[in-house]
Ligand binder design. Structure first.
Ligand SMILES: *Cc1c(COP(=O)(O)O)cnc(C)c1O
Length: 482
C-alpha cells in the first residue's frame, strides 16, 4: 500500500478552500443557504459520511436509499399540499428536477399524439435551467415578455400562446431574477382547459414559501398542488432545505405521468436498468443529509428559519427602498430581491446597482450581478443586483445596512459601466449559439477552469478600455447560477 500523508493533503485542500468565498456567515447573498445552525450542518455532515460508500443507483440493494427518499418525498408532498396521487423523486438539484419535468411533459405530449417539435412556454424570467432543458430535449422555447418595470407576467400573454404543440407551460414560485410569484392559478386553469401540462418551478421557493406570508400578513396566492392544473412542482433541498449541494425534489401529479419520467431497459447484456432520474450510479450523500435535516427541523424548524428570513427581508426591503437612487424591482415574494436604478430621481442622484454591488464587495459583502435583457417585444429589463436572504442575515442586518448605504453614497451619480463588464470577457451572443472549441476555451479561461487548473478563479477581467476606477468592476463574477 502506498504511504500517504493525509494531513498534508487535507491542509492543501484547506488552503484551497481558504480562497473560496465564505459559505457561512451571510456575506455571500447568493449560491449558499446558511441556516446559521452549526448543529444542523454537523448532523448533515455525519449523515453524508454514513452513506458515503452507498450507490443510490439501486434502492433495492441499498434499501436505506428507498426509505430516506420515501420519507423526504412524503414530507415534501405534505408541504406542497399534494394528495395521494402526487408522487416524486429526489434528484441531484434544481436543474435535474427542471430537466426531468420538461422531458416528462414532452413524452406525455408525444404519447397523447403530439408530433413534430414541441413548444415550451414560459415568462422570460423563467430559470435558465429551462433553456437548457429545451436545448437538451429539443423543444422550442417560447419566452413571453414580462412588464419591463416590474418583471411581472401578464397571464393572458402566456395563455394566448397555448396551442396543440405546447407540451409544457412553466411558471415560477418565485422567479429567480426578480422574485416575482407568477400567477399560477390563472395560468394553471387555462392549461388545464387546454390539456397542457403546467410546471411550477419552486426550486428556490418550494421549501420556504409554505411558511411565508405577504408583507401585510395575508396568505400568499396559491401556487402548489392545491391549484388544479398544476402537474408538477420542483423544490430544491439544497436551497431553503439547507442541505449540502446535490438535492432537490420533483413532484408529479399522477403515477402515469411520473412513469414517463423513468428510463428503463433490459435491452443490454448487463443488469436491468430502471432509472427514475438522469444519473445512473449516484451519491446518496445529499439525500441522507436532506433526510436528516428534515427529521431534525420538521415543519416547525423550517417555519422558524423562514420567519427569520422574512424579518430580515422586510428590514432590507425598507433599507434599500430608503436609499436614494435605488429601487426594488416589482413585488418580490420570498427571501430574495432584485435592485435596479431608480430612474425617477435626477441623473446625478441615481445609483447604478452594479457599481453599488462592487463597492459592497470591497466591504466584504458579495451581491450577485444580473445583466438585464432585451425582450422580444422591444422592451428591456433593467440590469440589477440580486440578494438572497438566508437565516443568518437577520443578525447582521445592521452591518449590511451600513455597507449598502455607504456603497450607494460612494457611487451615486456615477453612470453605469459598459454592459459587457457584467459578463467580463465572455463572448457576446453566447445565448443559444453552439460553442465552438475556441469560444469554449475562452469561456473556461474566463471562469478560471482552463489550463493546469492553477489559475486563480477570481482574476480581474478589467481591461484598459475602462480606465475610471468607478466604472471598473474589481472582480469577475460567475455568469450564471445562484
Ligand atoms: C436554483 C434554481 C434553479 C436551478 O437549480 P440548481 O439547483 O442550481 O440546478 C431553477 N429554478 C429556480 C427558480 C432556481 O432558483
Amino acid at each position: 500500500m502506498v504511504a500517504f500523508d493525509s494531513a498534508a493533503i487535507l491542509s492543501r485542500l484547506a488552503a484551497l478552500r481558504a480562497g473560496d468565498a465564505p459559505t457561512h456567515g451571510g456575506r455571500v447573498l447568493s449560491y449558499v443557504y446558511d441556516s446559521g445552525l452549526a448543529e444542523v450542518d454537523e448532523l448533515a455532515a455525519q449523515a453524508v459520511r454514513l452513506v458515503q460508500p452507498v450507490n443510490g443507483l439501486d434502492p433495492t440493494t441499498f434499501t436505506s436509499v428507498a426509505v430516506m427518499e420515501r420519507e423526504v418525498i412524503g414530507f415534501a408532498r405534505e408541504l406542497l399540499h399534494g394528495a395521494d396521487d402526487v408522487v416524486g423523486s429526489v434528484t441531484t438539484g434544481g436543474t435535474e428536477s427542471c430537466l426531468l419535468a420538461v422531458k416528462t411533459a414532452r413524452d406525455v405530449w408525444r404519447a397523447a399524439g403530439g408530433t413534430g417539435r414541441a413548444r415550451l412556454i414560459a415568462p422570460v424570467t423563467v430559470h435558465a435551467a429551462f433553456h437548457k432543458a429545451a436545448h437538451y430535449f429539443d423543444l422550442e422555447l417560447d419566452l413571453v415578455p414580462v412588464d419591463p418595470a416590474t418583471g411581472a407576467l401578464d397571464p393572458d400573454a402566456l395563455i394566448a400562446r397555448l396551442g396543440p404543440d405546447v407540451a409544457l407551460a412553466v411558471v415560477s414560485a418565485p422567479s429567480y431574477p426578480f422574485a416575482g410569484l407568477d400567477p399560477v392559478e390563472v395560468v394553471a386553469a387555462a392549461c388545464d382547459d387546454a390539456g397542457v401540462a403546467c410546471h411550477v418551478d419552486g426550486c428556490i421557493g418550494g421549501w420556504i414559501l409554505p411558511f411565508w406570508r405577504a408583507a401585510d400578513g395575508s396568505p400568499l396566492p396559491l401556487w402548489d398542488f392545491r391549484v388544479p392544473g398544476v402537474t408538477s412542482v420542483s423544490a430544491d433541498l439544497h436551497k431553503f432545505g439547507y442541505a449540502p449541494k446535490g438535492a432537490s425534489v420533483l413532484l408529479q401529479r399522477g403515477r402515469d405521468r411520473q412513469r414517463t419520467q423513468y428510463f428503463a431497459t433490459t435491452g443490454w447484456p448487463g443488469y436491468p436498468v430502471v432509472n427514475p432520474t438522469m444519473l445512473g450510479s449516484k451519491s446518496a450523500g445529499a439525500l441522507a443529509a436532506s433526510w436528516a435535516i428534515v427529521q431534525a427541523l420538521g415543519a416547525r424548524g423550517f417555519a422558524e428559519l423562514a420567519e427569520s428570513c422574512r424579518r430580515a427581508t422586510a428590514a432590507l426591503t425598507d433599507i434599500i427602498s430608503d436609499i436614494e437612487g435605488l429601487r426594488i424591482v416589482g413585488d418580490p415574494v420570498g427571501p430574495l430581491l432584485a435592485v435596479a436604478t431608480d430612474e425617477s430621481v435626477p441623473e446625478d442622484r441615481r445609483v447604478d446597482p452594479h457599481h453599488w454591488a462592487d463597492r459592497a464587495h470591497r466591504r466584504g459583502w458579495q451581491l450577485q450581478l444580473q445583466p438585464g435583457l432585451a425582450q422580444a417585444d422591444g422592451t428591456r429589463l433593467p440590469h440589477t443586483t440580486h440578494l438572497t436572504i438566508t437565516p443568518v442575515t437577520e443578525q447582521r442586518v445592521d452591518e449590511l445596512e451600513a455597507a449598502l448605504r455607504a456603497s450607494a453614497d460612494e457611487v451615486r451619480g456615477v453612470p453605469r459601466a459598459d454592459a459587457s463588464a457584467v459578463l467580463g470577457a465572455l463572448p457576446s451572443g453566447l445565448a443559444d449559439a453552439p460553442l465552438d472549441s475556441e469560444t469554449a476555451a475562452g469561456l473556461l479561461e474566463a471562469i478560471g477552469l482552463a489550463g493546469s487548473g492553477m489559475r486563480p478563479a477570481r482574476v480581474s477581467r478589467t481591461s484598459s478600455r475602462r480606465s475610471s476606477p468607478s466604472s471598473r468592476p474589481s472582480r469577475r463574477r460567475s455568469p450564471s447560477g445562484c
